[in-house]
Design a protein. Structure first.
Length: 361
């Protein structure tokens, strides 16, 4: 399948003939849901629409830096998702289910109040299932049409997800529609709701060719840390120890746009955050990239045509599936976090053809 940058002005996603007031609201679950909204926000602004943003926490901090001229409404209910210490994600979220359903109900009420006060014409919600309305058109952006849960829970969970999807005018899936896709079984199966449309991957980055890359100036290793606590900090601490022991010029980007620090520890530099262009440049110039296997990261890597060592968050079934799916396809190399060592990273470093663009075809 020929890859294309999604045309966000096409009828698949927008049919706008006059200036509109549009709300964009990403889920506060790591930064991935937020960063993939960047091309949508940029397109809406370029077409002269008034963009309203609702976000929390790190998502709000990132968007304030990325779009300083836009106001961010931080009153939207926060999910405040955490990951368990022991990696037993299923048990953790089963205990948290009632609270999450309460947040969805609260954000639905929040949207009703927001519509009365701000009077938006459209809503784009990235994985916030409560942002639907009978009063205006609401669009859901998600790649998780089929949640990875144990077999006995699948009917109940997927029934609930489909019920939410049907409440939106359209469900927009940021992936290719055919067999050469990025999300695999997460969004490709029979019996999709009728309002599902595939719009192509969404990435905050420009195409690889648009960056000036100096490979001789790059780090040997670049690691990108992301996701909810406490696993984000665990991952950072583990990578810090490993990269300090490797002793080659390395960089860790900590995924904390709400903070400002830049530390040098002999061969290892640790920064709180990099803007999108700076991050793309260090990704493209490095010999070895290490990161999580979240879907937004997968879309960013596809956009930049960059291979990586992808490390799924322990117990996070979606990331574990995506790591397996792309490792099997030969696009990336995966190591589980519990097996992540200096020797395994160096072994993966030797196996990956780091500077060869990765294509789906």
């Amino acid at each position: 399948m020929k890859q294309q940058t999604p045309d966000l002005s096409s009828p698949k996603i927008l049919t706008l003939f006059k200036q509109k007031k549009i709300l964009v609201a990403p889920l506060d679950w790591g930064l991935g849901h937020t960063t993939r909204c960047v091309p949508l926000i940029e397109r809406l602004i370029s077409e002269g629409h008034q963009v309203l943003i609702a976000a929390n926490g790190s998502s709000a901090a990132y968007l304030k830096k990325r779009f300083p001229h836009l106001s961010i409404d931080e009153s939207i209910p926060a999910y405040n998702v955490t990951y368990p210490d022991n990696g037993n994600m299923l048990a953790h979220f089963m205990k948290d289910t009632l609270r999450l359903l309460t947040v969805i109900k609260a954000e639905h009420q929040w949207l009703d109040d927001f519509i009365r006060e701000k009077k938006p014409d459209l809503v784009y919600s990235d994985n916030r299932y409560g942002l639907y309305s009978k009063h205006i058109d609401c669009f859901l952006i998600t790649h998780q049409l089929f949640i990875r849960v144990p077999f006995l829970l699948k009917p109940l969970v997927n029934f609930r997800v489909r019920a939410y999807i049907k409440l939106f005018k359209e469900c927009l899936v940021p992936d290719f529609e055919g067999t050469q896709n990025l999300s695999g079984a997460l969004s490709h199966a029979t019996g999709l709701p009728r309002n599902v449309k595939f719009i192509g991957p969404l990435s905050r980055f420009k195409a690889r060719e648009e960056y000036h890359v100096d490979e001789s100036a790059g780090y040997h290793f670049v690691a990108i840390v992301s996701g909810p606590e406490p696993q984000r900090s665990y991952f950072q601490e583990l990578l810090t120890t490993i990269l300090e022991n490797i002793g080659r010029p390395s960089l860790i980007v900590c995924g904390q746009p709400e903070k400002t620090y830049d530390e040098q520890h002999r061969h290892l530099r640790i920064v709180s955050h990099l803007d999108d262009d700076a991050l793309a440049k260090v990704i493209l110039e490095c010999r070895t990239l290490i990161c999580r296997s979240g879907y937004s990261t997968i879309m960013d890597l596809d956009k930049l045509k960059k291979q990586a060592i992808i490390i799924p968050t322990p117990g996070q079934s979606e990331q574990e599936y995506l790591a397996y799916y792309h490792h099997r396809a030969g696009r990336h190399y995966t190591i589980s976090q519990k097996h992540l060592t200096k020797d395994r990273i160096l072994n993966a470093h030797r196996k990956i053809d780091f500077l060869k663009p990765v294509n789906l075809n």
